[in-house]
Design a protein around this ligand. Structure first.
Ligand SMILES: [Zn+2]
Length: 206
């Protein structure tokens, strides 16, 4: 990676502007240092700046080059130095435009969904265990009570892990729950039960 690429990848325009004591407002606008600017008329994006007053534009290196009257290479060097970037040893991301991480985001959503479904199911099972427990030993067992007895501990265990385990383990659980549409099936079933329940309530109310 060249010094130019390294600098551009690691330092965004607003951060550079602020580092050199320009005031950037919440909309990413600042007073243009390249013309007599009464109101902030320069827009700073992560990668580019553009002045609506004088038309100055460019990337973070152009910005610093112009600000300090340097050529591009000197400007890149200055940025690297001021932001502690060692060209021989690329640093962990400092002050940079956040990379998009679609995979992580998708995973997070999936994890949240799994946990939600497990908690709903857990709640249901707890209710069943209480409400459908046999009142005397000779009663035949209600299916819901049986399911609650069989599943409660396991579901609770999974939900606990999803809340507290290390990422690696959580990823495995989410993977397992999604395998063969397990969680989707459970979600559907819970939905159906809830609708039946609502309908039943409406009926009893009527
Ligand atoms: Zn300007």
């Amino acid at each position: 990676m060249t010094l130019f690429e390294l600098v551009k990848q690691n330092i965004c325009v607003p951060d550079a502007a602020e580092h050199y004591e320009l005031q950037v407002n919440r909309n990413g606008m600042c007073s243009c240092p390249f013309h007599e600017d009464q109101h902030p008329s320069m827009k700073l994006n992560e990668r580019y700046f553009y002045c609506f007053g004088c038309g100055a534009t460019g990337d973070v290196i152009d910005f610093v080059a112009r600000l300090f009257g340097l050529n591009s290479y000197e400007a890149a060097q200055k940025l690297a130095q001021d932001f502690g970037i060692d060209p021989d040893k690329p640093p962990a991301a400092i002050a940079l435009p956040k990379p998009e991480r679609p995979l992580l985001k998708a995973y997070r959503q999936e994890e949240v969904r799994c946990l939600q479904v497990l908690c709903d199911y857990l709640y249901l099972l707890e209710g069943w265990k209480q409400n459908y427990a046999p009142s005397n030993p000779d009663d035949s067992l209600d299916d819901r009570f049986v399911e609650a007895c069989q599943m409660l501990d396991y579901v609770e265990y999974l939900a606990d892990l999803l809340i507290a385990a290390e990422l690696e383990q959580r990823v495995k659980i989410v993977e397992m729950l999604n395998k063969d549409g397990l969680i989707a099936g459970l979600e559907e079933r819970l939905d159906r039960l809830k609708k039946e329940d609502d309908a039943h309530e409406k009926q009893s109310a009527a």
